[in-house]
Design a protein around this ligand. Sequence first.
Ligand code: ADP
Ligand code: MG
Length: 350
Amino acid sequence: MGSVALREIRKSYGAVEVLHGIDLDVSDGEFVVLVGPSGCGKSTLLRSLAGLETISSGEIAIDGSSIVHLHPKSRDIAMVFQNYALYPHMNIAQNMGFALKMAKVGKAEIDAKVRKAAEILSLTPMLDRFPKQLSGGQRQRVAMGRAIVRDPKVFLFDEPLSNLDAALRVQMRAEIKELHQRLGTTIVYVTHDQIEAMTMADKIVVMKDGHVEQVGAPLELYDRPANRFVAGFIGSPAMNFLPCKVQNGQAVMENGAVLAPAPAELTEGQVFTAGVRPEHFILSDHGTPARVTVVEPTGAEIQFVVDLAGHSALVSTRDRVNLKHGDTQHLTVEAGRLHAFDAATGARLG
Ligand code: ADP
Ligand code: MG
């Protein structure tokens, strides 16, 4: 078992509070990803859970028992860092078994656990090699192996893929997800990369400035972001935000251009910020006229920047449209895909 409960976690460095009362529940076996911009407190929260930082106040429990006063070694948690420095003079088997050796586990037991972890990670043929004889991805797997041999209740990962190139990141992303499915162990994973969060998580925790902005399944966050920050952070390319007013039940821009029906929660005359994802614009022969300023074919899709009533917006389509700078393209919005946010607070209105 490995359920985690964080209650009202606060952490200050000197006079500066960097975590402002975080609550979070992680179920046994769940893969939870903490995501947010650099400096929002992800590592601090993870390190607090591991016991590498002392929290200023709050409660942390694993399987219902408080671990706040436990030493990191006694918390039954294993952490994999971005900088997973392996011992260069030890072979892979020794690297993976080192923590167990330090904990005075018997040689036969260490061997068995290292073999089992190597099996899971497809590292068996490499156990006698040294770190410099391994690729970046293999070294990352050894770092995970060091955590697996300890058979912890909870795995913590802090940006483990940041040092890998783009192709390897995609491969390791799938490997870690598969590893989780095989081991069924609770994972709390930190990244600043929303794609990593979306593709790997059962549950995403979006953080900003030491606060939790929203918790939810990846597609819940994509479909119903709680506020403008989450709306802009989740999804790539990012959501467009356009100032609008409700007129005759429609979301209307400053120049009178009608974007789409306004969400039912809004009232006539209400001013709000409309959110439209690039992929939810429909190219049509009616609707809002938009002047094309930049065309960017990516291959799978064509992205183009338009001027919509004086505001720049990005549109993405899978159609092979033949657009060029200066063209006018009429746009509508897919039904039910217009988000509305409070123009001042950014809170979701509908
Ligand atoms: P993230 O991992 O989301 O990038 P961190 O948890 O590392 O963010 O940092 C959160 C905030 O705490 C940042 O403003 C950072 O400057 C500050 N911080 C982190 N570690 C320390 C420290 N040891 N002393 C003082 N401030 C720190
Ligand atoms: Mg960090």
